[in-house]
Design a protein around this ligand. Structure first.
Ligand code: FES
Length: 628
């Protein structure tokens, strides 16, 4: 059987395959947040002609069904089909991700007080040629040369021995050694003839569940040469880590998921290298930070036990890997350092975030939260650190929200509702003429807080039909029109289930804070600093997040929005041995609290299912606003 697309493309449809699977085989990827279970409603296509069996119509309105819409993941062709794939169903896997600036990073590195000592070093030796009087072997000569440079312990892997004699003689006994410090010894990872001291670059990578960010760093001075980013193309297998683990294990597709992230990194690297004319021999090392599942999938490790009680990963600390072992397209001998993880749901990205904030060295009590697809929290100071994952879900990244999208061009990132007229003003990511196509996390926080303040929703997040003309029946319940579309663009709405989803997510985050603080016998009043990381793009309105009850009501100056801290920590580790050691200590020192079995977390969570909270006295400022 064959599926024709209205664009003219024709693809084969193997017997028993769904439309989604057939499209995927042909390299056409649809958004499939639920991983093809038929529950997210993101993979809609329109059947123009032909016959197919649809096993689920969940998330489709009557009008849509009447117009031929089906869920691609649950629809199986019976004859050749002609289908139309709406723009909003297509998976967009490109776009810039906002990150830190070079100057800030170099300043940050200096502020840690750590000396610059990259993961790998290059040493140039000019050795005296052998004579009848000085007739020691080539290897001894090499060791002697290094000893005079203070490198007493040197490990030479056997793979360098066959070419050693030639390499040493090729440029008149001048050679460059690239070494890495492991277990109190220097180990050779590359030998080249001549002086190859510079240029040399390192790569810091953040493997997020949603996005991948690569920093190209000049190892001679710590300068950030360029940033490249893309959406993690594993998204095509599902939005969250659990769906991907299921795909990797139950469907035997670990290799596919591993290949997806490796090819994303390879593509980013090749773009960056081309732009800056960087020779492959100038790349020396990689540091990679990601959550525990992402790190497992990147390294090709079996993640299956991460999702089953008692949630055990294959490893929390990872032996050094080499590019050739992972199919990274650079010199195969380049080392790849993966950030240590804490537990199945608090990974290297969080350790990296702690390192970026330096909260583990501060006397004051701080909170660090990374709001991504899960919502991981660390609370502590220089003496102790407690972490937890609060299962906030990926709604702030657009998943599970009818018109939700990530913080990229076309996303509504800010919403204001006039107190008198209830007119809505929106702020869209992109150029002045960029048309809105969906709403991202910061837009959702803004919108729900504003709807609450204007009485469009009540404390439970229920839409009030008589308050605003923008509240309408959306087929599957009431919805609020954030933006009215036109002939070409659909309306952007927040439906009641979306608002419930957002309220559940904010309740989980706040409950995570309160549960950890309760456990250690402290309160929000003891917290001096709150660091927020996450994919909100450039902008997160702290006041609105407080109004919603997601963040505690503390003075505004105690909050700091940090953007992507995972790649920042990877940058620091790339350049400093001391900070690598600190990262390992942080991972070891962090106590992990399993919130999924905590009764007190459940109680806190239920109390948080109101806006801002059942305990309104915890939010005196919001209370005052409500009274007004
Ligand atoms: S409904 Fe089809 S992928 Fe989610």
């Amino acid at each position: 059987m064959e599926i024709s697309l209205t664009t003219g493309k024709k693809i084969p449809c193997p017997p028993g395959s769904s439309i989604l699977e057939s499209l995927k085989q042909a390299g056409i990827f649809l958004t499939s947040s639920c991983g093809g279970k038929g529950t997210c409603g993101k993979c809609k296509v329109i059947i123009k002609s032909g016959r197919a069996v649809s096993k689920s119509r969940l998330k489709l309105s009557h009008e849509e069904i009447g117009s031929g819409y089906v869920l691609a993941c649950r629809t199986y062709p019976e004859t050749d089909l002609l289908i139309d794939v709406p723009k909003e169903s297509m998976l967009v896997v490109e776009g810039k991700v906002v990150t830190g600036k070079s100057k800030d990073l170099q300043e940050l590195l200096r502020s840690t007080g750590a000396a610059m000592k990259p993961l790998t070093e290059r040493t140039v030796l000019h050795l005296p040629p052998p004579t009848l009087d000085d007739n020691i072997s080539d290897l001894e000569r090499l060791r002697r040369g290094l000893l005079s440079r203070g490198m007493a312990c040197l490990r030479v892997p056997f793979r360098f021995m066959p070419g050693l004699a030639k390499t040493m003689r090729k440029k008149d006994w001048e050679i460059t050694l690239c070494t890495i410090h492991t277990e109190d010894c220097e180990e050779i990872i590359r030998i080249a003839s001549g002086n190859r001291k510079s240029p040399r670059y390192g790569v810091a990578v953040d493997i997020g569940t949603t996005t991948i960010v690569v920093f190209l760093v000049d190892l001679t001075n710590g300068e950030l040469v360029d940033i490249a980013s893309t959406y993690n193309s594993q998204i095509r297998y599902g939005d969250d880590v659990i769906t991907r683990i299921v795909h990797a294990t139950e469907h035997n597709k670990l290799k596919e998921l591993n290949g997806a992230v490796i090819s994303d990194i390879n593509n980013l690297l090749s773009i960056i290298r081309k732009t800056h004319h960087i020779d492959i021999e100038s790349l020396d090392c990689f540091v990679v930070a990601g959550n525990t599942t992402m790190t497992h999938l990147f390294l090709g490790l079996d993640p299956s036990a991460i999702r089953e009680e008692p949630y055990i990963p294959t490893a929390n600390t990872f032996p050094l890997a080499f590019a050739g072992e992972l199919d990274i397209r650079v010199n195969p001998d380049i080392p790849i350092y993966a950030f240590p993880c804490v537990a199945s749901y608090v990974g290297g990205d969080i350790v990296s975030g702690v390192l970026a904030t330096q909260l583990h060295k501060k006397h004051e009590l701080s909170i660090f939260i990374d709001i991504g697809t899960n919502g991981e929290i660390v609370i502590g100071n220089s003496e102790w650190l407690v972490s937890a994952a609060c299962s906030a879900g990926p709604c702030f990244e657009g998943s599970g929200i009818k018109c939700g999208m990530r913080a990229t061009d076309g996303a509504v990132e800010g919403v204001k509702i006039d107190r008198e007229t209830l007119d809505v003003e929106i702020k869209v990511i992109g150029d002045a003429d960029t048309k809105p196509t969906g709403i991202c996390g910061s837009g959702m926080i803004d919108a729900v807080a504003e709807m609450f303040l204007t009485g469009i929703i009540d404390q439970k997040g229920k839409l009030q039909k008589d308050v605003s003309g923008r509240v309408r029946d959306g087929g599957d319940g009431l919805e609020f029109v954030v933006y009215s579309g036109d002939a070409e663009r659909a309306d952007i709405v927040l439906a009641e289930p979306d608002i419930e989803n957002i309220v559940r997510a904010k309740a989980a985050i706040y409950a995570g804070f309160s549960t950890i603080l309760n456990e250690v016998g402290l309160t929000f009043n003891d917290v001096q600093k709150v660091y927020i990381a996450g994919g909100f793009g450039k902008f997160l309105d702290i006041e609105k997040a407080i109004m919603l009850g997601m963040l505690p009501e503390l003075p505004k100056e105690r909050f700091e929005y940090m953007g992507n801290t995972s790649v920042t920590g990877a940058y620091l580790c790339l350049l400093s041995r001391k900070l690598r050691e600190e990262a390992e200590e942080v991972a070891k020192k962090m106590t992990y609290l399993e919130l999924s079995v905590s009764r007190s977390f459940m109680n806190e969570y239920v109390s948080g299912l109101f806006i801002p909270h059942t305990d309104i006295d915890a939010f005196p400022g919001v209370k005052k606003l409500m009274e007004r």
